[in-house]
Write a protein that binds this ligand. Sequence first.
Ligand code: NAP
Length: 265
Amino acid sequence: MSSLQPFHRPLGNTGLSVSPLGLGTVKFGRNQGVKYPTGFELPTDRQARDLLSLARDLGINLLDTAPAYGISEQRLGGLLQGQRPEWVICTKVGEEFADGASHFDFSAAHTRHSVERSLRRLKTDYIDLVLVHSDGNDMDVLDQEVYPTLAELKQQGLIRAFGFSGKTIEGGIRALDGGDCAMVTYNLQQQQERPVLDHALSHNKGILIKKALASGHICLQGDDPMFASLQLIYSHPAVASAIIGTINPGHLRENVATALRVLHR
Ligand code: NAP
């Protein structure tokens, strides 16, 4: 089986090495209030376990989760027992999803509570990367206590790196200056945040791409939308990894095969 292992690359200056494709796990844990083209059932434990095992065999070492992704963190915690060192786990703070609605809390107390809860849910004593799950008001969020609190948690060794998943250029740049990494929307339909990628490149900071397929909508159009998407994303040298969400093993194989086609060119 062809593997992404030879293409693992540094995530900025975090010391973490990540596969160029990461696995997004929204669909492992939540099927309400999401923007995918079609509805879906959450995978069974067996299906989720098989998917993680396939991802690992294909050379994927990066998993992205969040407290706002329903039961995603708890599921990963159970399924990854005994494999912790093999994975780079990214989770988030700031957004909570309950009773069909999101709410946000960027206070120091909530940030600390959220990270400690993620450690318990993920059944681990460290988290590789914690990102702020912004509500879109990036500069306001960065004025709150969340970033200094994450810096303290990093100093204490509970997290290895921290950063920001935002929606604006100015927020992304400020977040890179004060942290290690930004998660940025960058796809065939939306490239407005490209200056954040440029800033990361010139300052050796990490970039993860979210919504690489515009939450799946790009797959509905064009000739080879996955190839075109990954070609765009990997053509920017700041990008460490594209986090693509899937619960379909066929899609996972296809996405890795396409990534290898793009990376081999
Ligand atoms: P995405 O990765 O752009 O697209 C995922 C959708 O594309 C899924 O519905 C998936 O369906 C479909 N898909 C994947 N591979 C495919 C293929 N080869 N052919 C056809 N369809 C395919 O969207 P996303 O889940 O919104 O974003 C990815 C990840 O980024 C998330 O899981 C999450 O980890 C992260 N994210 C973070 C934030 C934030 O921090 N604010 C926001 C959004 C996303 P199947 O399951 O059927 O494959």
